[in-house]
Design a binder for this molecule. Structure first.
Ligand SMILES: Nc1ncnc2c1ncn2[C@@H]1O[C@H](COP(=O)(O)OP(=O)(O)O)[C@@H](O)[C@H]1O
Ligand SMILES: O=C(O)C1=C[C@@H](OP(=O)(O)O)[C@@H](O)[C@H](O)C1
Ligand SMILES: [Mg+2]
Length: 171
């Protein structure tokens, strides 16, 4: 979900793994020469989602790469075939944490209209069943630094290889 720390923690995780790192939003910004807000404003969400899928289709083919996606990547069914090229980590955070982080943020177009808490609740309700399809669920809290969170994710990854329910890691 937006604000959970995918871009920030993904970068740290890549460093720890000795992997390269890409963020699909950053690639979209480079390719379109527009900010994410500008893409939404000038072309609309549906065009953004199309570009997002094209970007994911390209980057998912690489090995030794950590990919941070936008929180809406789960919405298109075809994206899942690309996501499953790798190990999918769900950063799950309570609404209050997201609210604290995104309260003054103006870079996420889907959260600019209306009450932020309501917006977050609505989106999370829609997306929770999709996020829960990930390989690893990581409960995010306010105490851990990106460094600590990345360390915890790394430690939890072996559990993904074992058969059974989706593993969850919390502090
Ligand atoms: N573990 C963390 N502790 C404190 N702040 C964080 C942490 N992870 C991310 N942030 C901050 O939260 C905001 C959202 O993080 P970001 O990585 O952009 O999330 P996402 O890519 O999931 O939307 C940024 O301001 C970032 O600096
Ligand atoms: O959840 C979403 O639909 C979106 C999340 C954003 O990325 P982050 O999850 O990195 O904020 C960005 O792709 C766009 O604003 C839409
Ligand atoms: Mg991001």
């Amino acid at each position: 979900m937006m604000g959970t720390g995918k871009t920030t923690v993904g970068r740290v995780l890549a460093t720890k793994l000795g992997y390269k790192f890409v963020d699909t939003d950053e690639i979209i910004t480079q390719v379109t020469q527009q900010s994410i807000s500008e893409v939404f404003a000038t072309s609309g969400e549906s065009a953004f989602r199309q570009i997002e899928t094209q970007v994911l289709a390209r980057v998912c083919a690489y090995t030794h790469l950590a990919i941070a996606t936008g929180g809406g990547i789960v919405l298109r069914r075809e994206n899942w075939s690309y996501l499953h090229h790798g190990l999918i980590v769900w950063l799950d955070a309570p609404i209050e944490l997201l609210y604290t982080r995104l309260n003054t943020d103006e870079t996420r177009p889907l959260l600019q209209a209306g009450d932020l808490r309501t917006q977050l609740e609505t989106l999370l309700q829609q997306r929770q069943p999709l996020y829960s399809q990930a390989d690893l669920r990581v409960n995010v809290n306010l105490e851990e630094t990106p460094e600590q969170l990345a360390t915890r994710i790394l430690a939890a990854i072996p559990q993904v290889l074992k058969k059974g329910e989706t593993p969850t890691t919390q502090l």
